[in-house]
Write a protein of this length. Sequence first.
Length: 527
Amino acid sequence: MFNILPSYSYHWIIFVFSVILVGFYNDIFWSDIYNYAIIQGNENYFFLVVLFFTYVLILSLCIEIVSFYFSVKFIIGLLIIIACISEYYMNSLDISINSMIIESLWHTTFREIRDFLTLGLFWSFLFYGVFPLWILWQIKLKKTAPFLKATYQKFKVIGVYFLFIGGIYIIWGGNIIFAFKSSKAIIYMTNPITPIRSSIDFGLQALNPKPRFINVGLDARFNQKHSRSNIFVLVIGESARAANFYLNGYYRDTNPYMKKLTSLVNFTRFYSCGVITAISIPCMLTNYTHKTYKNRHQSFYIDNIMDIAQRVGYETYWISNNGGACMGKVCERIKNIKYYNGPQDLDGDMLVEIEDIITNAKEDSFLVINLHGSHGASYYKRYPSGFEVFSPVCHTSELQKCSKQDIVNAYDNSIIYTDYFLYQIVQALEKNKKFSVAMWYLSDHGESLGEYGEYMHGGLPYVLSPDVQKHIPSMIWLGKGFENDYNRLNAQKDKKLSQDYVFHTLLDLLDIQTKDYQKDLDIMNQN
């Protein structure tokens, strides 16, 4: 059936499938470019044609460079699979497949993967993956010329592509560059170029030589104000955004439990270090800041707050319901580690063990709890049925198929369940009369719930990410023994703060003295 097609030459196959990849696997890219053309005026529609042709030429050139007669079908087939899967998630979640997403996928557990294996993905893979692959494999390649002639033809084709691309750049290059500068997010939407480039970036970072380990707080010791033992609980939430917290002015009562507490300091303008867990958790627990945490593996090679707390004498715990490993290896040197990773595990399943540790503590104890919290896309799975306060809810991980209100309902229910979880920890701490007790809750990053068509988090670099993915909830409850800290913290509750302050504020709250402490990054010592 394909004998009539003029695509026997593998050079033609490359060009034709480049047209297909650019035209049918780049919905988000063309949507953004189209919006740009609308803003610039109708006369710029010709620009879309020029850009389409340029994109095809660039992709064809790349495939020509890396392929030969015997490998062209394999390479195009691989690109189709990458583009097909990327297209589905880029379109359904309105994200790009950047290196942060690749990092997140690297750390994704099977429990989390299951939420993304949807019927929509199956049909998309069938239509955009299997069908084009079948066509590709049916096409018969014309026999290649002798080696020297084939090599000459290859270089001639590559030369033609360079010539056309160069000509377009001379005539329209300024307009193309201006378009990408005007909407920086566009460059992260090219498919399959962006997923491949992001994977290469991630791989290169992973292959970098291991740096020397940096010890922090080797001189750490308890300071003079440490007159009685502490139990301090740090709870790290997941995908909770400040905009949906009643304590931050949200119209719904999503904090029915924590709002009862009188010795609670709620920070209304607190921001994350990153927009994915793999960056934000390591960043907040080390003495790095948003500006200095430039490599996702930096936390592998430096002491963090748990290392220092354990060194001075705290019985230190890492208890997690959010994946089978601690992000950035922050708990690698901690003695007490426990994971709750079953498919049906809820955050509340950790409460029995946490309450037992608090009740039976015999020495200074520092607990770091990592929640599954409001992890998408299946928000409805993050809480038991008794916490479905708002309904109807979105009962699928294919969020684009749900109304925004149904998504928000499920999400808000997960926030209420987190609020309940935190309150239970406070209740357990209050029952312990022997220790000074306190709890600090903050999320790792925020979440998009369909605003501007974007879902979840991490789809764009930090600077381009929406505020809801960066503005996070943060609240500290101060119990017996921490009363003197209330006024100092409460004075800062409406100032703009971030996870940059977590490490040094914890040193202060844990009564730890070290030369590595920085007063200007301690919330309690701000002017």
